[in-house]
Design a protein around this ligand. Sequence first.
Ligand SMILES: [Zn+2]
Length: 204
Amino acid sequence: MAGAASGARPGAWTQGWWRGARIIESPNHGPRPDGLPIELVVLHSISLPPGQFGGDAVEQLFTNRLDPSAHPSFEPLRGLAVSAHFFVRRDGEVLQFVSCDRRAWHAGVSCWQGRDNCNDWSIGIELEGLEGDVFEQPQYLALATLMRALRRRYPITLVAGHEHVAPVRKRDPGPGFDWSLLQRLLRWRLTIFPASLPGGGGAP
Ligand SMILES: [Zn+2]
């Protein structure tokens, strides 16, 4: 379904859905623990097939409609039920799959700042990209707009990559992601960001 973002006030929320995003609902979500504030944003990267941009395979994956036989790289994804709250395309378009008031399935076994189960207390944002490679300027601008809107709505105090919250298993978004640029766009204090950013506060 296409939720038009044109004319919407950026930053406006309805039951965890952001009006700046095009909505494609995923069935892959669950309740958050009662009373647990949403304090963390986890950044990821994904593209399907890896390195190919602009198709709809990521949308299909998050809505359990991906045909595993359509490409060899899809086979390991067979039967997987995953989701993220948001997907930021190369041109800056933002898609939302799960209400932020619900728990999306993006981080897996994870821990940040001594707290585990990051899915319980985080927002997951996927950037269309290849792990380790660079990202586009419109993506940083859209990401910053989205993250400002998130912080107006939720008590966000930390931002980390999947590589930081699950360092043994995951490498995304990787060294091509410019944490310093994101910090400069947001003008949030350095301690919110991971230690990969000089002066960042997160434990390595
Ligand atoms: Zn990830």
